[in-house]
Design a protein. Structure first.
Length: 159
């Protein structure tokens, strides 16, 4: 994903690790890493649910999508079990067709679901385009809150 913002690395994030992101309070999450334009979090209670926060003004391209997918695959492989993803869509400005295709190649062996949190008309349009045009290989739904998205992913966890 490409856009405005300075990438930050490392672990143990805090409330300002995702500056400008819609999810303002990340104090109960642990930052597990960054890509060009996302910060990814998880919790001790649910290490298999990734909270993905694109940086403000993200314009999603194929190169960025491939980088993000590689990061997510590597994390799930290290964890040793499939993961679910909550993607906070509100900070994204656009996503091209090649980026949608790259995300639609997420491995179902490593991911059991993707929940797209849409909090504005633009993020709802982006999420709807992704679900409708890309035909993701893992179950993917739109939600209005991160809490509802997380609860759905918990219900989707493999045995």
């Amino acid at each position: 994903m490409r856009g405005v913002g300075t990438p930050r690395g490392g672990e143990g994030g805090g409330a300002d690790s995702a500056k400008g992101a819609p999810m303002r309070d990340v104090s109960h999450y642990t930052e597990i890493g960054t890509t060009t334009n996302t910060v990814t979090y998880t919790t001790d209670a649910d290490p298999d649910i990734l909270m993905i926060v694109p940086r403000e003004g993200t314009i999603d391209t194929a190169a960025d999508a491939r980088e993000n997918a590689a990061f997510f695959h590597a994390y799930a492989s290290r964890l040793g079990r499939p993961c679910g993803c909550v993607v906070m869509m509100a900070t994204m400005l656009s996503q091209d067709a090649d980026a949608r295709r790259a995300y639609s190649d997420i491995s179902p062996a490593l991911f059991y679901g993707a929940a797209l949190v849409v909090e504005s008309a633009l993020s709802r349009a982006l999420g709807s385009f992704f679900v409708g045009l890309s035909r993701p290989v893992v179950p993917t739904r739109l939600f209005d809150t991160a809490e509802r998205a997380t609860e759905w992913l918990k219900s989707m966890r493999p045995g």
